[in-house]
Design a protein around this ligand. Structure first.
Ligand SMILES: C[S@@+](CC[C@H](N)C(=O)[O-])C[C@H]1O[C@@H](n2cnc3c(N)ncnc32)[C@H](O)[C@@H]1O
Length: 267
């Protein structure tokens, strides 16, 4: 890699832009990560100057989107934090079925959280009684989520009965991969969406999974994101965050903690 080092003025400009657009706070320890992540895009634009690349992002919204895509950390896996899926199974088993169960995988990354939730729901409820929406700011992960195709190693965490029911092992050019079945995936939709904005078009949910994303936000942004998410939660609905995250120091009187990392909207 031959790009020169990013100066602190250039870095500050990107910090501000990224914070304003998607709420991610980049601290000073991320400077070399930014240098290496931007390298390919800068090469594409034939520049070694971060200021120039910043100006390109400001002038061209599609480049800005690509820059933001490479900033996000998309680590995820099937049935991450199993305890939540045990809880979900009990919830779905007790679900009254008068109306369709709606679950939002907010910050869904490549979709495996949404498909894990969907497997639990489909195994218990008829197909017309549940629906999952996955959203993410990163355009690339949303494309991958819609493709439903994953490396076979990712299937390790999927319970065997679900593997048999919802996964097709790839052959030929798809050797080493597996596909989530199309029929079952019909109830799982993905769309690009920014948690920094109100998402009223998504409607109201019974459960919101908001896991492993709050960690990238400062307190002010967390408050803003949570306030907006309340607009998508009916009274009595649940919010599930990661077991490694918390809602401490946020003003959220409308939520009551009912389990570690699980909250109920009470007003
Ligand atoms: C570490 S992944 C978490 C994936 C999944 N929820 C899980 O727990 O496995 C974090 C995701 O948050 C997304 N993200 C970050 N900022 C966002 C924002 N402002 N709006 C929507 N998604 C965002 C990233 O693109 C990334 O895919």
């Amino acid at each position: 890699m031959s790009t020169r080092k990013i100066s602190s003025t250039e870095y500050q400009k990107f910090q501000e832009l990224i914070y304003n657009e998607i709420g991610i706070t980049l601290n000073e320890t991320k400077m070399s990560l930014i240098e290496s992540r931007f390298y390919k895009r800068m090469l594409y634009h034939n520049t070694e100057c971060f200021e120039e690349y910043y100006n390109i992002c400001m002038a061209d919204s599609s480049e800005k989107t690509q820059m933001l895509d490479i900033i996000t950390t998309n680590e995820t896996y099937f049935f991450r934090e199993e305890e939540h899926f045990r809880f979900l199974k009990e919830y779905v088993q007790e679900y009254g079925m008068e109306s369709k169960l709606r679950i939002w995988s907010a910050a869904s990354s490549v979709g495996v959280e949404a498909y894990s939730i969907a497997m639990v729901c489909d195994n218990i409820l008829p197909p017309n009684k549940w629906e999952i929406i996955g959203t993410d700011i990163n355009t690339d992960v949303i494309k991958k989520a819609r493709m439903r195709l994953y490396n076979i190693s990712w299937a390790e965490k999927i319970p065997s009965e679900f593997k048999l029911k919802y996964c097709l092992k790839g052959k030929g050019k798809f050797e080493g991969k597996f596909l989530i079945t199309k029929e079952f995936a019909k109830n799982v939709k993905f769309q690009i969406s920014n948690l920094m904005e109100t998402n009223s078009d998504l409607g109201v949910f019974d459960i919101v999974f908001l896991r492993n994303v709050l960690i990238y936000f400062n307190t002010q942004t967390r408050q803003k994101v949570l306030k907006s998410i309340m607009g998508n939660m009916r009274i009595g609905s649940l919010l599930i965050i990661s077991q490694t995250e918390n809602l401490n120091s946020l003003d959220l009187a409308c939520l009551e903690q009912i389990h570690p990392s699980i909250f109920k909207r009470i007003s």
